[in-house]
Design a protein around this ligand. Structure first.
Ligand code: FES
Length: 155
């Protein structure tokens, strides 16, 4: 269930969008902000709230990598491995981060603090390689600055 505050936000969003289907992305985002990820039950709830078929909500959520279809860590590290970042060794950076944190890709550390995943283009190709931790971008990654970026999450 959405919180009272999020129900109010959803009602406000309904006035801003011309159709229920157009509301799918922000409604899913609202749900992810509240629940941390989108379970099938959450997607069904969102579908009911905006009066669209569940399969529509499911197809939208499964298309976009920014929607978490599994639980994620408190710090969700998303590394772009699309072409610009890949050419600058972002796949090796994923391996480095996973080794450093002792976690496999798409899994959560045992303390629930970190999860690591590869994502499609983050829209910042000019500053590749790029990763995102929760809502924050970190660009022009190097082996050295990745360490300090990860350390900064423990402060
Ligand atoms: S390819 Fe990585 S940000 Fe675009």
């Amino acid at each position: 269930m959405f919180t009272e505050e999020n129900l109010k936000k959803l009602e406000a969003l309904k006035k801003q969008y011309p159709t229920s289907r157009a509301l799918t992305l922000p409604a899913l985002w609202l749900a992810q902000e509240q629940f941390g990820w989108l379970s099938e039950d959450t997607m069904k709830y969102v579908a009911e709230q905006i009066s669209v078929p569940f399969n529509h909500v499911y197809s939208v959520a499964s298309f976009y990598t920014m929607y978490n279809k599994k639980p994620v860590g408190k710090f969700h590290i998303q590394v772009c491995t699309n072409i610009s970042c890949q050419l600058l060794d972002s796949e090796k950076m994923v391996e480095f981060i996973c080794t450093k944190l002792g976690v496999k890709k798409n899994e959560i550390t045992s303390d629930g603090k970190y999860s690591v995943s590869e994502v499609e283009c983050l829209g910042s190709c000019g500053t590749a390689p790029v990763l995102q931790i929760n809502d924050d971008y970190h660009e022009k990654l190097t082996a050295e600055n990745i360490e300090s970026i990860i350390q900064s999450t423990s402060r």
